[in-house]
Design a protein around this ligand. Structure first.
Ligand SMILES: [Zn+2]
Length: 319
């Protein structure tokens, strides 16, 4: 109690000292005019920095839901040298679009994220080097997903013991490749469909394989017969191009800002690991390899370790 009262007393003394200094400042003299001018400039700077973050962040699609990607937009009133964010425990990498003066940052809401309000924290550096931060509440709505039943050959449900070492090795490879995060933006403009074909199975449906509940369908299927040309949905770097047990012929492209696209069940590769690809570039021919019921293309999108709906990504309007 005693220490609390002492603290309070100390605080009052400090406030009093500040007030006296301010009165002293208010009495005009040459040096005090300088100080006053400095204080006024400081006040103006604070107002400018506050207004730089006064405008709220907007996003698309209009409703962010669990299992879907989105893009945050932020247009500061005064220029920023850099901007980064934090959302759902992950970093949001922003890049600046000179033409519109808008900062863009991708986000992916995990399938298992609880709907409700989540904080987006933003940290920027103003042109003069001053650090600025800002927080905004972002609502996440509930995504609704169906249940579907699938029948596949028995070896994909209970693999042959001889295949287990390969499966485990590929699991380690996937843990490495699929969790890679490149900060720099490699994508350019809107994402495009990998093939001009109808889709046959949507993202997020709960799947039972041969009667057993396995997992949700974390991709978008296209009805592609064997040999259909498959194109990169945006520019990026090929970080995986090889045959896998479950995925069959598999290509993974890193688009930067934590975003990856994955293409499964391919019959032939037209690129190799390490290649840089352009948007719409031919990367492979589709097929029916790996765990499939028949030939098709399975397109998946990941953002920093979370699968998100490719259909939402393909519908986003980007700079
Ligand atoms: Zn699929």
């Amino acid at each position: 109690m005693e220490s609390k009262r002492q603290k309070a007393k100390g605080k009052n003394q400090k406030v009093g000292t500040f007030f006296i200094s301010f009165i002293k400042l208010a009495q005009p003299s040459a040096s005090h005019f300088c100080l006053l001018r400095f204080a006024f400039c400081l006040l103006l700077l604070c107002v400018a920095l506050a207004s730089a973050f006064a405008q709220p962040v907007s996003w698309s699609p209009e409703k962010l839901i669990n299992g879907a990607p989105g893009v945050f937009r932020y247009k500061p009133a005064t220029p920023l040298k850099s901007l980064s964010g934090n959302f759902l425990g992950k970093r949001v990498f922003f890049s600046f679009d000179q033409a519109s003066g808008v900062w863009y940052g991708f986000v992916g809401v995990d399938y298992d994220t609880k709907p409700g309000n989540h904080d987006l924290g933003l940290n920027g550096v103003a042109a003069n080097g001053q650090k600025v931060s800002f927080a905004q509440i972002i609502p996440v709505a509930k995504g609704y997903y169906r249940t579907t039943a699938i029948s596949v050959p028995k070896k994909y449900i209970d693999p042959d013991p001889a295949d287990v070492p390969r499966i485990l090795q590929e699991r380690d490879l996937k843990n490495d490749v699929l969790n890679r995060v490149t900060e720099k933006q490699l994508w350019v403009g809107n994402f495009v469909a990998p093939a001009i074909l109808g889709t046959t199975s949507e993202f997020g449906s709960q799947r039972t394989y041969n009667g057993k509940r396995q997992s949700a369908h974390f991709g978008l299927d296209y009805g592609a017969g064997t040999g259909t040309p498959i194109r990169a949905i945006n520019a990026g770097k090929v970080i995986l191009a090889r045959d896998m047990y479950f995925e069959g012929g598999c290509v993974v492209i890193d688009h930067g800002q934590g975003l990856l696209s994955l293409y499964f069940h391919l019959s032939q590769f037209k690129i190799k690991e390490g290649d840089t690809v352009n948007k719409g570039q031919l990367i492979a021919l589709s097929g029916g390899t790996g765990r499939v019921t028949g030939p098709h293309l399975h397109l998946a999108v990941r953002w920093q370790g979370s699968y998100v709906n490719p259909a939402t990504l393909l519908g986003l309007k980007l700079p």
